[in-house]
Write a protein of this length. Structure first.
Length: 333
């Protein structure tokens, strides 16, 4: 049904039918006693025929000349079209016995004004329609471009996450193979969530927390008593839905740069929510003599995803002191 309505001749016919129906209602409201309504409406339809023909002829003239910047032929052919349309209208009026006793000059001016108004109005409507279609197509193109970029950013998350985690497991395995095996099991649990969420546009906030908790359990296997880990996950609005894998790169970065096997260190993580907002905060100690290769891939990807998914709906603040690195993120759903 929708495809049928999109056909040009269909929606054009509906538009003209609506205009003629509107004029028929006006005639019905103003018709005098003794006049036959059907005859009056027939007169309107007959007079409309040359006007409608002029509109489509003008569309062709505009496409052949005006759209190709041939302005002089366009003006000449348009004036010729107006003149022919006025002649046909005069003939129609004479056959119907309308407008008798009105001076010719007045009739010519009236017909010229009506035809010009009709052509200008329909041309303006055509440009408005084109503008709306172009705007819709532009928005659709932007949406597809953003979706393509999001998919590309998601595709980079998995390799980056695996690279960092496997490096940790490799280092632990050289010291304690049993603990390294436990980390591999925890990694498989994290990856199960990770792969499932990466295919989804939105997940429940509670599900996102499950992934984060699984990742923390993986990191805890390599932490020592020298690292203080504090997590707060309440209150949580379980009905809230959020784009997946937004918080994990910040948390991963905190454990990567903020922990040390010997020195005192800490990671503090808080995720709370209200009716329509999620508040995420993670802070970690700064280990000044720790040598870590910084790629910033995960952080830059996450920032870009926030800009695409939640434009003007998020507030991300990253600050740093001598001994603390803090990420504070508020997302309005």
């Amino acid at each position: 049904m929708i495809t049928f309505l999109k056909k040009r001749w269909v929606y054009h016919s509906l538009i003209w039918l609506a205009i003629i129906s509107f004029l028929s209602i006006i005639i019905w409201l103003e018709v005098d006693e003794g006049e036959i309504l059907s005859i009056e409406i027939t007169k309107v339809v007959l007079i409309f025929i040359p006007m409608i023909s002029a509109v489509y002829a003008h569309f062709d003239i505009k496409e052949m000349f005006f759209d190709k910047r041939k302005y002089k032929p366009y003006i000449l052919y348009t004036l010729l079209l107006i003149f022919i349309t006025i002649l046909v209208l005069r003939l129609m009026y004479d056959l119907l016995g309308e407008r008798e006793g009105i001076p010719d000059l007045v009739l010519w001016l009236q017909d010229f004004t009506n035809v010009c108004f009709f052509l200008v109005s329909t041309t303006g409507f055509q440009y408005v329609k084109r503008g709306l279609i172009n705007q819709y197509q532009l928005q659709e193109l932007r949406a597809k471009t953003a979706e393509t970029e999001l998919n590309a950013l998601k595709a980079q998350i998995n390799p980056h996450f695996l690279f960092n985690t496997l490096n940790n497991i490799y280092a632990i395995n050289k010291i304690d193979s049993e603990q390294g095996g436990e980390m591999l099991l925890e990694l498989s649990e994290v990856m199960r969530y990770h792969l499932r969420f990466s295919k989804m546009k939105e997940v429940n906030l509670e599900e996102e927390l499950q992934l984060i908790k699984a990742y923390i359990e993986l990191e805890k296997l390599r932490l020592t008593k020298n690292c203080e880990l504090i997590t707060t996950f309440e209150p949580i609005n379980e009905r809230l839905k959020i784009a997946p894998l937004l918080f994990l790169p910040f948390i991963e970065n905190a454990f990567k740069h903020g922990t040390h096997p010997v020195q005192k260190s800490f990671v503090h993580l808080s995720i709370t929510s209200t009716e329509n907002k999620v508040h995420f905060e993670v802070s970690n100690s700064i280990i000044h003599n720790k040598k870590v290769v910084k790629t910033n891939i995960g952080l830059e990807n996450t920032k870009r995803r926030l800009d695409i998914i939640y434009p003007k709906q998020h507030d991300l603040k990253i600050s740093e002191t001598d001994d603390r690195y803090i990420v504070n993120l508020i997302i309005e759903i």
